[in-house]
Write a protein that binds this ligand. Structure first.
Ligand code: OGA
Ligand code: MN
Length: 359
């Protein structure tokens, strides 16, 4: 998945790679005054499909742009399809603002909790309470007396078998020795993924059923089943068994890839967007096929099933500037003082939860 984004001469030349580069965040370095803040390079967004505008225009006068259809289905939200891409479904604003806030909170507070694994496991082992530790300005401190951890097992931070232990108050003495401690807020910023349910092993690019894991939380399971319905055969129910949560900061991207480790591709991947707006690229079966670009906003849900699962896709860009991020209603919802740390995080971040049936 992530590994498929390796840069070589060939990948530079594919149509997918070219479009990624078109939308990726670059900074103009040619500012006249050296004091001037770096400005993001302007990007032409006129070809990006906007399902919010499509949905609003459909509500107003029943119009749909060429190539886009509305699915006839007993579902309480309009579901759009692309005529050239069977198995792909877009549900704009599928989640209410309350639901968006709930899943943002869960994604930061509970989803990275062990036994779920995150990108930090490889270096730090299992890290507990990262979000609260960052909020409380704590640090993760290296315990030189403990043996190095075997990354293949999730180990409790309090156990002996662990090098990076207890989160302590971040004071100047700890902070001064950068080799032996790392602030939790830096780790939170560098959180790139966490895995729920059956654990995906990125090094082997497969699910490792022997890793300790919890079931997908019931509320997320119910939501995924409901949202998957438009892509399911009549009488069948989606079985959420694993989920990958992706965390994006400004400048982060998810390179073109296929999700091909699940047994039955007729089942959808249910993909929820939270936080800052992003550009999603939906390519073809080859990287040489030119991808379509579309906006993904907080609350949108995408389903990819059947043939659509054979298509390369990725996220070359998230927008963190006020004009394009489109998180005004989230900011209002998080305006309570208790939520200020969530607000601070999500103002410059996007979270994607994608839920899969593995078998
Ligand atoms: C993925 C994926 C898309 C997104 O994690 O496999 O395709 O919207 N994510 O972040
Ligand atoms: Mn994917």
């Amino acid at each position: 998945m992530y590994g498929s984004d390796s840069i070589n001469d060939d990948s530079e030349r594919t149509a997918f790679r070219k479009t990624e580069k078109k939308y990726k965040l670059y900074y103009d370095s040619t500012s006249k005054s050296s004091k001037k803040k770096k400005q993001p390079r302007p990007v032409d967004l006129s070809e990006v499909i906007d399902f919010k505008a499509i949905s609003e225009s459909f509500d107003r006068n029943g119009d749909l742009r060429a190539g886009v259809s509305k699915l006839e289905c007993p579902f309480d939200r309009p579901v759009f399809c692309l005529d050239d891409c069977p198995g792909f479904y877009f549900i704009p604003a599928a989640l209410s603002i309350e639901e968006q806030c709930r899943w943002i909170k869960e994604s930061l507070m509970s989803f990275p909790q062990p036994p779920n694994r995150t990108n930090h496991n490889a270096i730090y082992g299992a890290v507990h309470n990262l979000f609260n530790a960052a909020k409380n300005k704590q640090a993760l401190v290296k315990d030189e007396t403990a043996p190095a951890e075997d990354d293949s097992v999730s180990v409790d931070i309090n156990s002996q078998n662990h090098r990076w232990a207890c989160l302590e108050e971040l004071d100047s003495s700890v902070n001064g020795d950068s080799c032996k401690s790392v602030s939790a807020s830096v780790l939170l910023r560098k959180l790139r993924w966490s895995t729920l349910g059956l654990q995906f092993d990125w090094s082997k690019r497969s699910y490792n059923v022997s890793l300790p894991h919890n079931k997908i939380p019931d509320a997320l399971c119910q939501l995924a089943k409901k949202m998957a319905a438009p892509a399911m055969a009549v009488g069948e129910e989606f079985q959420p068994e694993a989920a990958i949560v992706n965390y994006f900061g400004s400048g982060d991207m998810l390179g073109g890839h296929l999700d091909d480790m699940e047994a039955d591709w007729s089942k959808p991947i249910v993909s929820m967007s939270l936080g800052c707006k992003a550009i999603f690229l939906l390519g073809g079966k080859s990287r040489n096929d030119e991808p379509l670009a579309m906006f993904l906003r907080s609350g949108d849900i995408v389903l990819m099933s059947g043939e659509a699962r054979e298509r390369f896709h990725g996220v070359p860009r998230i927008f963190t500037d006020t004009e394009h991020a489109e998180i005004g209603s989230l900011e209002k919802q998080f305006s309570d003082e208790d939520d200020s740390f969530y607000l601070e995080y999500i103002k410059t971040s996007r979270i994607n939860i994608n839920i899969r049936q593995v078998f």
